[in-house]
Design a protein around this ligand. Structure first.
Ligand code: C2E
Ligand code: CA
Ligand code: CA
Length: 629
C-alpha cells in the first residue's frame, strides 16, 4: 500500500474515469430530452460535472514527491470517496431510466450498468477496497431490477447478472492478488523477506519529504556484519544464507512493529525508526536501540551444527527537517558505519560533520592521487641502512607525494587509498622503475650498496602481471650484479592471502635474482611455519618495538626473540626506527645485523644520499638537521 506506483496508477485512472463519464453522459441528456425527462437528466449531468471537478482537483493535488505519508493517506481517502460517488451516479441514472415506461430506455440503462461494471473492474483492479464496493453498487441494483420484472426471463437474467457479478469479482480478485504478489516481490528481498533496497530508498525518500512537512525526527541505522565473507568462504554460501536469514529474523522479532527494516544487499541491513517529536529523544533512542540490537546480533548462533559468533558494525544517523534526500542520508550513514569498521568493527558510530569532512578529504586525496603520477608529483627518498660499524650498506626506498595544494602527503596516508582504488599497480611500477634508475645511476658513480630495499604492497604482488612487469624492468635497467641487491619488502598481510599464489610469484621473482624481506615483523599474522615456507631472507623489526626499548621489557623481549629466531632460520635482521644511542646499543648487544632510523639519517633525496654515502658517518653531523621533507 505504500508503493508509489500503486498511487500513481490510481491517479491515472481519475482522468480516464472523468472522460468515460462526461462524454457518454451527454447521450443521457439527449435521451432525456427525447423522453421528456430532460430535467432530471440535466441535474444528473450537473452532479457528474461536479464530481469530475472534484476528481480533477484530486488529480492535481497528488504530488508524490512532496507528500507526507499522512497527506497521502488523506488523499487516498478522498480518492475512494470520488470513485464511490462517480459509480454511484451511474447507478443513479440507471435507477432513473429503468423506472421509466419506455422500454428502450431500459435497454440503454442495463447496458450502461454492465459497461460501468466492466470499466470498474479493470480500472480499479489494483485496489480491492475500491473495486469490491463499486461492483456491488453497480450490479446489485441490476440483479434486483431483473428479478422485479416478475417474468421467467427476468429471473433468468437476475441469475445471469449474479453470475456475472461473481465472475467479475473473482477475476478482479485474481488479478488483484497477482498485482499484490508482484508488488510484494518488487518490494522484498527474496532471501530474508525484508524490504529490499529499491523499496527502502523509495520509502525513505517519502519519509524525508514528510519530515520536512511535520517537523518530526527519525533515526536510521546501517548494519553491516563483520567478517561475513569468511563465513561464506569457509562454510559455504548455503550456510551464509542461513545466517542472514537468522540475523534478519532476530532484527524482525526485535523491532518489526516499531521500525521499517530492509536488507540493502549482501550482509548489509538498514532500519528506520518511527517518528519522534524531539531531536534529543530521537538521538538517545537511536543509541540505546543500537546497543541492544548489537547484543542481539552477537548472541551465539547454532546453524547446521555450527556454533557461530557474529558481530556487526553499525552507523547511526538522525533525520530532521534539514533539506536532504534519501541517497544522501544513506551515504552519510554509510560513512558512520565504515568508521565503525575502521575502528576495529563490532561497534556503533554516530554520523557527524567532522566525520563527513574527513571522508571528503579522503575522497579529495583519492581524486588528486589519480593525477599525481601524470603531474610528476610522486618522488622518492632513500633512507640509509647501516651496519654495526655504522657504515652505509644500503637503503630503503620510500615514496613521497608532493602535492601543490596539500604539500607533502605521507605514504601512510595515500598508499592505502592507492591500494583501494587499484592505482597502486601503476604507481608501484613507477616507483620500482624510478628506484631501479637510481640504483643504476649510483652504480655508475661508484656508489656500491650491499642491498637496496623497495616496499611492495600485497595488492601489487597479486596483480597477475606483476612478475612480468618486474622482469621487464630488471632487463631494462639492471645487470646481474645489481639485481642481486634488490630486496622487496613485503608485509605480513600476504599471509592472509592465497599462499600457493604467493609462493609461485615469489619463486619466479627470486629466480630473477631478487630477495625478500619481511617488513614490520611481529605486528601481524605471520607464523613460524609460513616463514619457513616462503623464500624470505631478511626480517625487519618494526619501529613499534624499537621505540620502546628501555621502557617496556615486553618490547625488548620481542626484539631479542625475533633476533634469536632469525639466527636459527639464518635470516638477516634490520631494525627500523632507531632514534637514539640507547636503542642502537641494545640492538647491537643482541647482534642485530643492520640499522635504520633517524639516529643515523632521515630519508634523503638522491643527491643527499650520495653526499651522505660519500662523507659517511658520523651521524652527529646530521643531528638536528631534517633532511627528509
Ligand atoms: P615502513 O615500510 O615501515 O617504512 C618505514 C617508515 O618509518 C617510513 O615512513 C620512515 O620514514 C619511517 N622512519 C624511518 N626511520 C624512523 C625513525 O627513526 N623514527 C620514526 N618515527 N619513523 C622512522 P614513511 O616513509 O612515512 O612510510 C610509511 C609507510 O608507507 C612505510 O612503512 C611503507 O609501509 C609505506 N611505503 C612507503 N613507501 C612505499 C612504497 O614505495 N611502496 C609501498 N607499497 N609502500 C610504501
Ligand atoms: Ca618498509
Ligand atoms: Ca616497517
Amino acid at each position: 500500500m505504500n508503493n508509489q506506483q500503486f498511487y500513481i496508477f490510481l491517479q491515472k485512472q481519475i482522468l480516464l474515469l472523468i472522460a468515460l463519464s462526461l462524454i457518454p453522459g451527454l447521450a443521457y441528456i439527449f435521451l432525456g430530452w427525447l423522453n421528456d425527462i430532460v430535467f432530471p437528466a440535466l441535474v444528473w449531468y450537473g452532479l457528474m460535472v461536479a464530481v469530475s471537478l472534484y476528481g480533477w482537483y484530486l488529480y492535481h493535488w497528488f504530488k508524490i514527491e512532496q507528500m507526507s505519508t499522512v497527506r497521502l493517506k488523506q488523499w487516498y481517502l478522498h480518492l475512494a470517496v470520488f470513485f464511490y460517488i462517480i459509480f454511484g451516479l451511474w447507478t443513479l441514472i440507471f435507477l432513473l431510466y429503468s423506472t421509466e415506461t419506455e422500454h428502450h430506455l431500459h435497454y440503454i440503462a442495463i447496458f450502461t450498468q454492465i459497461g460501468a461494471s466492466v470499466v470498474a473492474s479493470t480500472l480499479l483492479v489494483s485496489d480491492k477496497k475500491l473495486f469490491l464496493p463499486v461492483l456491488l453498487i453497480l450490479l446489485l441494483p441490476l440483479i434486483v431490477y431483473f428479478s422485479l420484472i416478475g417474468e421467467w426471463y427476468g429471473y433468468i437474467l437476475s441469475i445471469f447478472s449474479t453470475i456475472f457479478l461473481g465472475v467479475l469479482l473473482y477475476s478482479s480478485d485474481n488479478s488483484y492478488r497477482l498485482i499484490q504478489e508482484n508488488y510484494y516481490q518488487a518490494q522484498h528481498d527474496s532471501l530474508t523477506g525484508l524490504y529490499n533496497r529499491r523499496y527502502f530508498v523509495e520509502y525513505l525518500e517519502q519519509l524525508v519529504n514528510g519530515l520536512q512537512y511535520t517537523g518530526r525526527f527519525v533515526y536510521i541505522l546501517l548494519i553491516d556484519l563483520d567478517h561475513f565473507k569468511t563465513i561464506n568462504d569457509t562454510l559455504g554460501h548455503d550456510l551464509g544464507d542461513k545466517v542472514l536469514i537468522e540475523v534478519a529474523a532476530r532484527i524482525r522479532r526485535y523491532c518489526e512493529r516499531t521500525h521499517t527494516i530492509a536488507r540493502l544487499g549482501g550482509d548489509e541491513f538498514t532500519i528506520v525508526s518511527s517518528e519522534f517529536e524531539h531531536m534529543a529523544v530521537c538521538k538517545e533512542s537511536a543509541e540505546n536501540f543500537s546497543e541492544t540490537l548489537l547484543q542481539l546480533i552477537k548472541a551465539p548462533y547454532l546453524i547446521d551444527g555450527h556454533h557461530l559468533y557474529l558481530s556487526a558494525s553499525i552507523g547511526i544517523n538522525s533525520i530532521g527537517h534539514r533539506t536532504t534526500n534519501a541517497r544522501h542520508l544513506i551515504k552519510e550513514t554509510d560513512i558512520a558505519m565504515y568508521e565503525a569498521k575502521a575502528k576495529g568493527r563490532d561497534g556503533i558510530i554516530v554520523f557527524n560533520e567532522e566525520l563527513a569532512k574527513r571522508v571528503e578529504y579522503h575522497l579529495e586525496i583519492e581524486r588528486r592521487l589519480y593525477f599525481a603520477l601524470e603531474h610528476r608529483e610522486i618522488e622518492l627518498r632513500y633512507q640509509p641502512q647501516v651496519d654495526k660499524q655504522q657504515h652505509v650498506i644500503g637503503c630503503e626506498v620510500l615514496v613521497r607525494w608532493n602535492n601543490p595544494e596539500f604539500g607533502f602527503i605521507s605514504p601512510a596516508e595515500f598508499i592505502q587509498i592507492a591500494e583501494k582504488t587499484g592505482l597502486i599497480i601503476e604507481m608501484g611500477n613507477y616507483i620500482i622503475e624510478e628506484a631501479f634508475k637510481t640504483l643504476r645511476y649510483w652504480y655508475a658513480r661508484g656508489i656500491v650498496l650491499e642491498q637496496y630495499s623497495i616496499n611492495i604492497s600485497v595488492r601489487q604482488f597479486f596483480n597477475s602481471g606483476f612478475a612480468d612487469d618486474i622482469e621487464r624492468l630488471v632487463r631494462t635497467y639492471l645487470n646481474t650484479e645489481l639485481v642481486q641487491k634488490v630486496v622487496f619488502e613485503v608485509t605480513e598481510t600476504i599471509f592472509i592471502e592465497d599462499m600457493y599464489r604467493i609462493l609461485e610469484a615469489m619463486k619466479r621473482l627470486k629466480s630473477l635474482g631478487l630477495s625478500f624481506s619481511m617488513d614490520d615483523f611481529g605486528t601481524g599474522y605471520s607464523s613460524l611455519s609460513s616463514l619457513r615456507e616462503l623464500p624470505i631472507s631478511e626480517l625487519k623489526i618494526d619501529k613499534l618495538f624499537v621505540r620502546r626499548v628501555g621502557e617496556y621489557k615486553s618490547d625488548e623481549l620481542m626484539i631479542t626473540t625475533i633476533l634469536t629466531m632469525a639466527k636459527i632460520f639464518n635470516l638477516k635482521t634490520v631494525a627500523e626506527g632507531v632514534e637514539n644511542e640507547e636503542q642502537f646499543q641494545f640492538l647491537l648487544k643482541h647482534n642485530c645485523d643492520y640499522y635504520q632510523g633517524y639516529y643515523f639519517s632521515k630519508p634523503l633525496t638522491k643527491e643527499r644520499f650520495q653526499h651522505y654515502y660519500k662523507n659517511g658517518q658520523p651521524h652527529r653531523m646530521l643531528k638536528g638537521i631534517s633532511y627528509d621533507i
